[in-house]
Design a protein around this ligand. Sequence first.
Ligand code: FMN
Length: 424
Amino acid sequence: MANLSMTQLKTRNSASRFSFNFSKKVYPRPSRVDFKVFASEGQVSEPDLSVKVNGLHMPNPFVIGSGPPGTNYTVMKRAFDEGWGGVIAKTVSLDAAKVINVTPRYARLRANANGSAKGEIIGWQNIELISDRPLETMLKEFKQLKEEYPDRILIASIMEEYNKAAWEELIDRVEQTGIDAIEINFSCPHGMPERKMGAAVGQDCALLEEVCGWINAKATVPVWAKMTPNITDISQPARVALSSGCEGIAAINTIMSVMGINLNTLRPEPCVEGYSTPGGYSAKAVHPIALGKVMSIAKMMKSEFDSENYSLSAIGGVETGGDAAEFILLGANTVQVCTGVMMHGYGLVKKLSLELKDFMKKHNFTSIEDFRGASLQYFTTHTDLVHRRQEAIKQRKAIKKGLQSDKDWTGDGFVKESESMVSN
Ligand SMILES: Cc1cc2nc3c(=O)[nH]c(=O)nc-3n(C[C@H](O)[C@H](O)[C@H](O)COP(=O)(O)O)c2cc1C
């Protein structure tokens, strides 16, 4: 049973193990990318999408991110039936009665001019809180799902107030349902911080260390800490969470945002009785920001934590297999999708899998590990870029395509000159 092996793993990986690994320089896992050749026409075998993360086996790296797509038994069952590698349920807390949602709580940004209703949705803002369903109901549904799908990975997302006993009770109760792992929501940017929950903990490294200590002393299944992007350096709280015993990092949660102001009513959106509150931004528009945050965490993890025991679950604006491949190339073990499922449905996993396989076939990668983290080595400092550029010019004695320096810009050819500096 997966649960048994995870229990053993957790015992082995608890805080004492961390102190051994913390700040330890580890040898980077050798990349096999450089040894790969491009696929020949005769290649027939299908790439293997399966992953093993913190002892958990998944048929593919695609995981439902905590939110509406994991809000009850019916939708989580649907996710398993459609083939998602794992499901992270909507965040639960001990007392759902304290969670009071409002409507409307979503607002969307469309790509074309003036936000025409026909434009493609590229940004999604929500002011939704964690689950407002009674904990007992959610726990009953977790148990039923694990009974019906014993081999599938169900992860409980939890959040509590700054209270050790409350965290311990919540962990105990979710573990009794047979869930495979726990994700800690240290990252919800709206509503919950007013109760010193969510991002209020994730943005305060001292608080985070203390709460992670409570959690990891209690939990017997792997624990992932879900990070907020609403902080200057996301690698700092990620380091604290791992050093306090968590097995994995999940990032990012939504980005604090104001979706817009209605120019007729002068009221902000989403508008509740004439007022609004800053919310969390997600979907395609956040993907580049998520890539940046994941890159920063992955670099820190690669240099300080060994990749066998620690995992990274990347989240943010995934709608295609290519989006997922980008996260994996940065070092992610799994890729979560939330808004993408709200927009395209649970069948999205089939498209994601096909597109990821196509990418793998193109490069003759047979497994996720063949290319995981392969692009991380290509991030460096700007100073180093300048040096490499100058060296390349010298060595090749070639005429540079772009402009040499800011002094060469001319007003007349401005658009053409800008174009010459774009990389794609
Ligand atoms: C409507 C909505 C509700 C969400 N609720 C939760 C939640 O309860 N717990 C949580 O950890 N993240 C929650 N999230 C954040 C998502 O899990 C995810 O981190 C974020 O939306 C970025 O990924 P995406 O672009 O794939 O949606 C929610 C997101 C949305 C859009």
